[in-house]
Design a protein around this ligand. Structure first.
Ligand SMILES: [Zn+2]
Length: 308
């Protein structure tokens, strides 16, 4: 089945090498290993998807989350290969709001020599502030958390278990705020390094790329929100992009792959024609709002995509 290739973070001399980030050369290798004719420009993919004429070998390129590193590092490679991509944009960051997950990731990357240095600091903070949680740093449940994902390290698991199962959202945010202050982390500067600005979106649109929806505030569990709140998320996102680009977005990607039947109904009512999931898992009665994607990480590690 045809699918989109999903990209997030890129690194170079300016943009730091966080977990999962790839370089311009990695992207060149990946694109170079594909048959160029199989990689459709976004407008061609859209047209074929709607006409039902996509073929199993067809691919498209998708970039989520309005990250500046994509514009700075991936876009020149796309130019070199003459490819137009989909860019799925969430809007709240353009209204001056921060998206904590992305900001924390950046902090972990730039303020510590290794991710384990961050984890050790974080575990020490938890032990100091919440002595009762100390057993969760060595418990069997913690070290076996997310066992289905083989690529996580022991510390990755302990950290995610603490963050997602033990600490409240507020307590976690409090700890991170305190750590960022202790490291004199410059949030304003981080924001300007992390995300694109409106001019970048306009330039992409004018260059023939397709800008699509990705919700307003990028909730991690959008599919669990009441329908009214989901509607708000996508109306705000649509309004922002419409005002900026002068056209109504008709493509989208589900943030964190989270949606439910209400979401699909809402997207349809807003005139969205195609949408993307974040994996290639089987879907019962797949609609055009649930097209598959593959994370580039899985392609880079697959034999098929090793450079010659
Ligand atoms: Zn996203």
């Amino acid at each position: 089945m045809a699918y989109g290739i999903m990209f997030h973070h890129f690194h170079d001399a300016i943009h730091p090498q966080g977990q999962g980030a790839i370089s311009a050369d990695d992207l060149k290798n990946l694109l170079g290993a594909l048959n160029s004719a199989d990689v459709l420009d976004a407008p061609v993919w859209l047209e074929k998807a709607m006409a039902g004429t996509l073929e199993p070998h067809h691919r498209c390129l998708t970039f989520d989350d309005a990250l500046l590193c994509q514009y700075d590092i991936a876009l020149p490679v796309l130019k070199q290969f003459g490819k137009k991509a989909f860019w799925f944009i969430y809007s709240s960051i353009f209204q001056g709001n921060l998206e904590p997950l992305e900001l924390y990731r950046y902090f972990r990357t730039v303020a510590f020599a290794t991710i384990d240095d961050f984890y050790l600091d974080f575990f020490a903070m938890v032990t100091t502030h919440y002595p009762a949680y100390k057993p969760h740093i060595t418990s069997d449940v913690a070290v076996n958390y997310l066992a289905d994902f083989s690529f996580y390290t022991r510390n990755d698991r302990i950290f995610r278990h603490l963050r997602d199962e033990i600490l409240t959202t507020e307590a976690y945010a409090q700890l991170m705020t305190e750590m960022m202050a202790a490291h004199h982390f410059d949030t304003k500067r981080a924001v300007s390094q992390l995300w694109m600005n409106p001019d970048h979106l306009v330039a992409l649109h004018q260059d023939g790329h397709i800008i699509g929806l990705h919700s307003n505030s990028h909730p991690t569990r959008l599919g669990r929100l009441p329908p009214e709140q989901q509607l708000q998320e996508y109306v705000a996102n649509t309004t922002h992009l419409e005002r900026l680009l002068g056209v109504s977005p008709c493509t989208m990607a589900h943030p964190c792959n989270s949606y439910n039947p209400d979401t699909l109904r809402i997207l349809q009512s807003l005139g969205v024609k195609i949408g993307f999931r974040s994996n290639r898992a089987e879907v019962e009665q797949r609609t055009l709002l649930e097209m598959p994607r593959e994370d580039h990480i899985n392609l880079l590690s697959a034999q098929d995509y090793q450079p010659q």
